[in-house]
Design a protein around this ligand. Structure first.
Ligand code: SF4
Length: 421
């Protein structure tokens, strides 16, 4: 193709990585990646709801080469921003990095050639090489800030609360069609898979993909996970024995708090078993790149600094092995609901953590982005709804937040005092 667009010009010039990172909107994912939601919708990535197609109507290859995907690529070739990519632009403004910039770095050696083979209308004759297939909502936990759409375990409670995502407990992306028909002929050239849930270790199709890769002798495929690591086995298979065979392995562990608080926030987690599972992972799969991936909310913001220190020391894991996920929804759990006095306390604790430990600039930026987000808006009006939700769920689960999350008591007292005024 001719270098008629800013992005094709960069590709023709064989521009260095820095030049690609300075683009406003270009993202390599629509040249490489497909994301399938549990409802069967296909989109460019897990943060972008641009509708490329549905698994029951077309194959992965047809969707990847289809009109909506072409239109999106055409826009990106012009380096024009897309409103559905706002989450990336916002993250870049706050902390410099985003899924987009991570993808530029990850696929730098790969995407130039693909752009050179793209016509000005965004048309390509390529297959996806990077996969994020959310087969189902099968999960063994019912985390407080989660919902039925992401966890089968939430189904009964969601029914009582009238909050079900479907009338079926198990929501499956490939209900009427096999995932093998959908991906037919495309998995042979896969570079990477991202497995998230639900809980991927409990999802049968995840194991089928691992078996497929083993049969094809494609053990150099990059495997990335987001797992709660509360179980290591499924139907007699042991994930550690599989992971040992895949040298390129990144394991993001979703854990929001240590001990009792962790069990409260992620209901059905057993902390002692979780610790044993991590120890086994560290010992038996030393090549795995482990990362904590906490969801930072009103429930753990007070204690996260202490918990992060514990995780670093107890498991001897690098301070930089962390990805902070800031909770935006449900809004009642947002850290923006803290009072200004509590925000200040949290701020000081996190600054102390950053000065005590040898964090890289990237991790420091991520923590500072968390603080900026916390200060950006005041949502104290949500505090009553937050405590009402905790207590409603406590009654259902026969739990008591005051025992598991005592650090919330000052916030609760401030709320009670306000009620009396
Ligand atoms: S820019 Fe961000 S939201 Fe848009 S497709 Fe790329 S990774 Fe997804």
């Amino acid at each position: 193709m001719t270098a008629s667009s800013p992005i094709s010009k960069l590709a023709h010039e064989n521009a260095p990585l820095e030049a690609w990172l300075q683009t406003q909107a270009f993202c390599p994912l629509p040249w490489l990646h497909l994301h399938v939601f549990t409802d069967g919708k296909v989109t460019p990535c897990c943060s972008n709801f641009l509708h490329f197609g549905r698994v029951k109507e077309q194959s992965a290859e047809a969707i990847f080469q289809g009109k909506p995907a072409n239109r999106f690529r055409k826009k990106l070739l012009a380096d024009e921003q897309e409103k559905r990519c706002q989450s990336c632009y916002k993250m870049e403004a706050a902390q410099g990095d985003s899924l987009r910039t991570e993808a530029i770095k990850r696929y730098f050696e790969v995407f130039r050639e693909k752009i050179l083979h793209t016509n000005p209308e965004g048309k390509i004759k390529l297959k996806p090489e990077s996969w994020d297939l959310r087969f189902s909502n099968q999960c063994n936990l019912r985390c407080r800030s989660c919902f039925h759409g992401n966890s089968t375990k939430w189904f009964e409670e969601a029914k009582s609360l009238n909050r079900t995502a479907s009338d079926k407990k198990l929501i499956h992306a490939f209900e009427e069609k096999s995932w093998k028909d959908f991906t037919h002929g495309s998995l042979q050239t896969a570079r990477d898979f991202y497995f998230a849930g639900g809980e991927p270790i409990l999802i049968p199709e995840h194991w089928e993909i691992l078996d497929f890769l083993l049969v094809q002798q494609k053990t150099d495929t990059l495997l990335r996970y987001n797992t709660n690591l509360s179980t290591l086995t499924f139907k007699g298979k042991d994930i550690i024995e599989y992971w040992e065979k895949f040298p390129r392995l990144e394991i993001g562990i979703s854990i929001d708090a240590v001990g009792k608080a962790g069990e409260y926030i992620r209901k059905d987690l057993r902390w002692s078993l979780f610790e044993k599972n991590i120890q086994r992972l560290i010992l038996e799969v030393p090549h795995a790149k482990i990362k904590w991936e906490p969801t930072i909310s009103l429930m753990n913001i007070h204690s996260w600094e202490k918990d992060h220190r514990y995780l670093i020391e107890h498991f001897n894991i690098s301070p930089d092995a962390i990805k902070l996920n800031i909770l935006h929804r449900p809004e009642i759990f947002s850290i923006q609901a803290l009072t200004s006095c509590e925000k200040e306390q949290v701020h000081q604790k996190i600054e102390k953590l950053l000065s005590d430990l040898p964090f890289s600039k990237t991790t420091q930026d991520a923590y500072r982005a968390l603080l900026s987000f916390m200060h950006a808006e005041s949502k104290t009006a949500l505090i009553p709804a937050f405590f009402q939700e905790l207590e409603r769920m406590d009654r259902m689960r026969q739990e008591n937040w005051q025992e598991s999350l005592p650090q919330l008591l000052p916030l609760f007292k401030a709320y009670e005092k306000e009620k009396q005024v």
